[in-house]
Ligand binder design. Sequence first.
Ligand code: UDP
Length: 416
Amino acid sequence: MSRVRRLQDYAEFVGPEELREIWSLVRHVEGATMVHVNSTRMGGGVAEILEAMIPLLNSVGVSARWEVIEPLPGFFSFTKALHNGLQGAPFVLRQEQVDTYARCQQLNASRLDLNADCVIIHDPQPAGLIRHRAEGRSRWVWRCHIDLSAPDPVAWGFLRPYVEQYDASIFSIPAFAQQLPHNQFMIEPSIDPLNDKNRDLDVRTVQDVLERYGIDPERPIITQVSRFDAMKDPMGVIRAFREVRRREDCQLVLAGGGASDDPEGQQVLAQVREEASHDPDIHVLELPPESDLEINALQRASTIIVQKSLREGFGLTVTEALWKGKPVVAGAVGGIRRQVIHGFTGFLVRSVEGLAYRLRQLLHDPSLRQALGSNGREHVRNNYLITRHLKDYLLLLLAVRYPDADITDLAGAGHP
Ligand code: UDP
């Protein structure tokens, strides 16, 4: 549920000085308008961020809106293949897909209100809207949330001409940046410590959720929360769990739902169910949308959180786990590498065997679990809360408002 937040509600997490800095930036962008466009209202990290960010931007005086594109038949199958291709999977382009993509952009350009000082288009699905940009002062920014470190050349060759038309682009980590004819900004995602996904929960609520899903609170729980997506490698998690469980008493929870822009989810879920059938210690939970409290409770109840991604833009599930003081064992890919500091906030792994090894080590060492967890929480407090993200968006508004300024004098009139 989205609730109207006030900036001061975050003082307990980040302190008053940080909030003063944000207010001082707000003065320089007052009255600015912003529209964000993505491809799904629910499911996945982008929707998660926008759900929290749009009300917060409005609460500080930036007039922000969120628009979602409508697909045409076949559009999301194509954009999911494109997404995989941009993350390095082999990609083949067919002319009819190019046509569907173009028609879908045209259709959405005519139905969406894209009038704002700053138009932020998230990910590849709506990127082609740029071709329908109206004359005017709007600045258009493409924000990429996926791992673009080694794209398939055909996939990037398809998207690049669109991206080049933007005034700027945003990547989550430096390794994803590209050769482009405009400014590139680095903005990392964030979580909202006050929403149902991340707020503190009482013990009773956590226990109720475990009971509802038949999970034993007395035995160690290893959890991965993710959309059912091959790139999140749920099958690899099961293999590592089986290896560990040969000697350790533990349970595995694989919890996730789908996203309307991801047509592959059901197939991966069916494969995971098949693999896990007849094993009462593997809990495959298909969660409906709006399961924020349940996910929060499952993360809090866990002994260890896993995110064994093979590719990952950022991995908000890792952020959520670290914030809850949990040790995280995760794939050494994409934005996960900025969050999991090996041996300090968790462990990075590159194989099923590596995951099994670290799980065993952590199951045996409660004080290591505790130390990693508490370092993780501080790492998130310092870098990945929504207040830092808000500050980045305010700076972005300044940067696009004064595109030619080398120096923006925030202490003075706002512009040198
Ligand atoms: N999530 C959810 N329900 C699910 C699976 C995931 O609410 O069934 C949330 C998860 O808690 C996180 C986001 O969706 O906030 C996933 O973001 P992440 O960056 O980890 O991965 P993405 O799905 O964007 O690839």
